[in-house]
Design a protein around this ligand. Structure first.
Ligand code: 8YV
Length: 329
């Protein structure tokens, strides 16, 4: 690994034989430590340079460090024939070929728990914003419409609603607990009902949407959840219904969502994630009943710091003892 180009220009220390590769952009703290402490290389983004790099170094790579957004995909994993572990910054790892990793016995770590509160807070922020039209009202004031047009149109009540959580895991549960404080009636759908919860279980995403006023998507990304929220789910939510997504863009059929919003068949949406980030369908930008965020749910100084620490702790644990602290399963 000594021929690896260091991940940051200021890096001088090389840890010969560590075999650590940074794949795609990662959190700045993680990147700096990877370069300075471990002498890790960064996989070039440009296809030509990447090819040259892999031809020379692929077999030296033992540990790949990536973000949930880029991951280690099918082709790259195939090229890394001696890969021993994948250390993923973020709770979601759907950009990584999990099946290939499992087949080859390559463990993957993620960063659960430390981001649960911030992601749940963001879901609540979107919930309140979409139902009470906070961003739209802010635009109304800034445009001077309050002075020229009078009072802002009435919104709908956010407290006491029926809310469906699609994916009642750690983050879904934290969202539900927050909504209890708003007097909401919680329904959920998972692959199977959970023991020990009083929330109402619904057998499918469609049934969940039909039972609630607001559907909050908190399901993990990956092949099993692609397009889970499609036209039929949106139809069941209906023109008075709202969709919030803080999970992955892939869980929602984005074309069906845009069509439902444009056709007035859905009341509104609050979205932190999209099918092809950072590209957001231009039709959505025109709609006043839609709140759009740039995938920032975990984006606070404290949480990103905790995620960086946990990522590096996983890396050190694997280097020291061959085990990951927070493996995905
Ligand atoms: C991060 C996320 O923005 O953890 C996740 O799965 O979506 C976010 O917290 C992302 O992982 C950064 O790569």
């Amino acid at each position: 690994m000594t021929n690896f180009a260091p991940a940051a220009a200021e890096s001088t220390v090389q840890s010969a034989g560590a075999g650590i590769l940074q794949v795609g952009p990662v959190n700045p703290t993680v990147q700096a430590v990877l370069a300075s402490e471990f002498g890790a290389a960064r996989l070039p983004d440009a296809p030509g340079e990447r090819e040259v790099f892999l031809a020379e170094h692929a077999d030296e790579v033992r540990i790949a460090v990536c973000s949930g957004k880029v991951g280690v995909d099918t082709d790259l994993m195939r090229r890394l024939g001696n890969l021993d572990a994948i250390v993923n910054f973020g709770v979601g790892y759907d950009a990584t070929d999990v099946d290939q990793a499992a087949t080859r016995g390559i463990p993957i770590s993620n960063t659960p728990d430390v981001l649960t509160d911030c992601v749940a807070d963001t879901a609540l922020a979107l919930y309140l914003d979409v139902l009470r039209r906070i961003s739209a009202a802010d635009r109304y004031v800034r445009r001077g419409d309050w002075e020229t047009k009078g009072n802002f149109p009435l919104a709908v009540r956010a407290s006491g609603r029926r809310v469906g959580i699609l994916g009642l895991g750690r983050i879904g549960g934290a969202i539900a607990r927050r909504l209890e404080g708003f007097g909401c009636e919680i329904h959920y759908h998972n692959r199977r009902p959970l023991e020990g919860t009083t929330y109402a279980y619904q057998d499918s995403a469609e049934e969940l949407a039909g039972a609630v006023d607001v559907l909050i998507v908190a399901a993990a990304g990956g092949p099993a959840s692609v397009g889970l929220v499609g036209a039929s789910v949106l139809a069941n939510l209906g023109p008075e219904g709202y969709l919030i997504n803080i999970a992955r863009g892939s869980v929602v059929d984005e074309d069906a969502l845009v069509a439902a919003l444009l056709g007035g068949r859905l009341g509104g949406a609050g979205l932190d994630v999209f099918a092809d980030e950072p590209r957001v369908p231009s039709a959505l930008r025109e709609l006043d009943n839609v709140v759009l965020l740039p995938h920032l749910a975990s984006g606070t100084v404290e949480t990103r710091g905790d995620m960086a620490e946990l990522t590096l702790a996983n890396l050190r644990s694997f280097l020291d003892g061959g085990t990951l602290l927070t493996p995905i399963s």
